[in-house]
Structures are given as C-alpha cells and as structure tokens.
Design a binder for this molecule. Structure first.
Ligand code: CP3
Length: 348
C-alpha cells in the first residue's frame, strides 16, 4: 500500500506510526495528552520566562523546549507540539486571551469577518521544525488542531464553561450562520494541519473535546461531517498522513465515527470501556487511550491495577497508550514516571 510505504520509509520504525498503520509492535508506544504543562516544575519555570501562556505558544524556541521537556523526562514515544487549539481562532481574527489562573477568554465573534491569516501561525510551524530536528528518528512529532465543533464552542461562548449552552442553542436557532462558521473552521483546521505536517509532524490529532454534548443528528452535522472533510482534504494535500480522531464523549457513536471519518487512530475517553470499543470497531483501527487522568493523579495501587488492565486489553492489537483526557495540573510527576516505567517494562 502506497501510504504505508511512505511512512515506513520516511520515519524509520516509529512505533507510534507503525501502530497507526495497524501494526502490533512488541512494545506499546505511549504519550499523554497535555504531557507538557503546569504539573512539571521545568514548565512552570519556562512559562515564567516567557511571560504569558500565549507568549510561550508564539515563541518557537520556548515552545519547542516545552514540547521536549516531557519527552526527555519520561522518554515518551511521541512529542505533541506545544501550542493551543485557540491559536486558530486568533489567527482568524478573533481576540483570545488567557488570564492567569483562569481559562481562556475570547472577544466578540463576527462570523462574516473571520479569515485565516496563516502568517500569524508561522511561529507554531517554526516550533514544529525545531522539535523535529531535535527528536531522535524513532520518536513521532504529533501536530494537532481543535475540531470545528469544539472551536465553535469557545468562539461563540467566549469562554470554556463546560456546558456551552449558548453555542448549542445557536447551532439550532441560527443553523445557516452556524454552518458558515463550521465551514470556515473546517477549511482553516485543514490548512493548519497541512502546515504542521509540512513542518515535520508525522501524525496529527483532531481534538473534539466537546463532541459528547451533541445528540446524534447534530453530532452527524457538526462533528462527523467536518471530520470526514478534514481527513479527506488533508490526505489529498499530504497523502498518507495518519490522523487520530478524538471525539471525546462520543459514547455509542464512537464506532460510526471510526468507520466514517477514515481516521487511522481513535482517541478513547476514560468513560468508554476499551474492550467494548475494540469489539465494536474491528481490529484494524488503532485505539489510543484511555487511562483516567484522576487515577494517574492519585497514583498508587489504583494506577498499577488500571495500567495492567488496559495493557491486557491492548495485548494483541494496534494500540497507543494515553490518557482519556489531559494530565491534571496537580499530578505528581513521580506518578507519570511510574507509569512510564510500567509501560517500558511491558512486552506483548
Ligand atoms: O502537552 C500538550 O498536550 C500540548 C499542548 C496543548 C495545550 N492545550 C497546552 C495548554 C494541547 C494539545 C491543548 C489542547 C487544548 N486546549 C484543548 C483540547 C484538549 C482538551 O483539553 O480538551 C482545549 C479545549 C484547549 C483550550 C484551553 N487551553 C483551555 C480550556 C485552557 C485552560 C485550562 C487550563 O488547564 O488552564 C488552556 C490552557 C492551556 N493549554 C495550558 C496548557 C499547557 C495551561 C496554560 C498555563 O500554562 O497556564
């Protein structure tokens, strides 16, 4: 298969990419969502030096350093580019800020005025180039974007409140305007991912963190259709790119998402039983997940038992170990070290 040849030839034996191609590698590769961040003292020092969080995101040298910190400390198999999903709305002209200790705040939204200026994201791609050059060839650089629905949630709500009621009402009451927003985002997300792949990302993850808020009819329109378009268009522009879809909270819709989007890997949240996911999704799609971030934060026997349970399910199938959502900021780094040790010691 042409796609497989391209990747095995270009990225000599990266376990993450082999797994995304459907292979069962002797070791289970791992990385963690939000593996960079405030739970690491070295990240807190770097952030202090940068000023604000967004200053860190737009400084290629510092963003590359933040990306590499957890790779060095835990020897993860992948680096996820240090950036944020909200740099995209910002590059489309909406104001975005992060107040210290609070979540993101976004300015007024004018859908008609949104236009992607890729030039603004050049520092992000420069950071990707620096990371790729610094990583050993066996490790994968993962690029990412928020998916259109999740981005729209923040853009309409103006903040992250977890229930996004304003956005959900807007999508129903103002369907035509909402569709225009999703179309613009679908195009912008694709362009953003293409640039990251060109800058050295070997795979990309599409974060649809709030996919679980939608009933099936709306999920099909605002989660499924955009993901399908993004995967197809991305592969047209950079053939063979592995995409990990993460429709968090998709529940019973996970199998349909896997079948229809054509993603190479599927991020499973912690609430979804892994054995069920595997049964429903067939043997060729690579599953990724799904340790509960609370269990990682707590550590101890709960961590040991849950890791063993997940690895047992992952034994004979393409699998990338990860969390079911991002690392919590109070997580002791020693618990992540313990996790890394358990994973490195495991052979299928
Ligand atoms: O290590 C990595 O995973 C790479 C970097 C990364 C960040 N955000 C850094 C970050 C990634 C992949 C993201 C994705 C992201 N950002 C998502 C999707 C994943 C998810 O968590 O559901 C979302 C919804 C966002 C938006 C966002 N960024 C929020 C809601 C917040 C505030 C919450 C918080 O923890 O403070 C952020 C801030 C953010 N993004 C931080 C980091 C390291 C913390 C900023 C700081 O240093 O204070």
């Amino acid at each position: 298969m042409a796609l497989a040849i391209r990747h095995t030839a270009q990225h000599v034996s990266q376990d993450v990419l082999l797994s995304l191609e459907g292979m069962v590698t002797p070791k289970v590769p791992f990385w963690l969502m939000r593996q960079a961040g405030r739970y690491l003292p070295e990240y807190r020092a770097l952030r202090e030096k940068a000023g604000g969080f967004l200053d860190l995101c737009y400084n290629p040298e510092l963003a590359a350093e933040a990306t590499l910190q957890p790779v060095r400390r835990f020897d993860t198999d992948a680096a996820i580019l240090f950036s944020d999903i909200l740099v995209l709305p910002q590059a489309m002209g909406q104001e975005v800020s992060f107040a210290p200790g609070e979540g993101p705040r976004l300015g007024a939204l004018d859908i008609a005025q949104l236009e992607l200026n890729l030039e603004k994201l050049k520092p992000v791609y420069d950071a990707a180039r620096l990371v790729r050059a610094a990583l050993v060839p066996q490790k994968t650089l993962i690029g990412f974007s928020g998916a259109p629905w999740t981005l729209a949630c923040y853009m309409i709500e103006g903040e992250g409140n977890g229930s996004f009621e304003k956005t959900r009402l807007f999508a129903i009451r103002n369907e035509a305007a909402f569709a225009r927003l999703i179309d613009k985002l679908t195009e912008a997300v694709t362009a953003h991912l293409v640039e990251q792949v060109k800058a050295g990302a070997g795979a990309v993850q599409l974060f649809d963190s709030w996919a679980g808020l939608l009933p099936k009819t709306l999920f099909m329109k605002w989660v499924m259709e955009p993901a399908k378009k993004i995967v197809a268009e991305l592969r047209k522009q950079v053939p063979g790119t592995p995409v990990i879809g993460f429709p968090r909270g998709a529940g019973a819709l996970y199998p349909l998402y896997a079948a229809e989007t054509g993603c190479s890997g599927i991020g499973i949240d912690s609430q979804t039983p892994l054995a069920w996911a595997r049964r429903e999704m067939g043997a060729d799609v690579c599953l990724q997940g799904n340790l509960d971030p609370a269990i990682l934060c707590a550590g101890g026997t709960a961590l040991e038992m849950e890791v063993a349970r997940i690895l047992d399910i992952a034994r004979g199938q393409p699998f990338i170990f990860n969390l079911g959502h991002g690392v919590w900021k109070d997580t002791p780094p020693e618990h992540v070290e313990r996790l890394a040790l358990l994973l490195r010691g495991f052979r299928r």
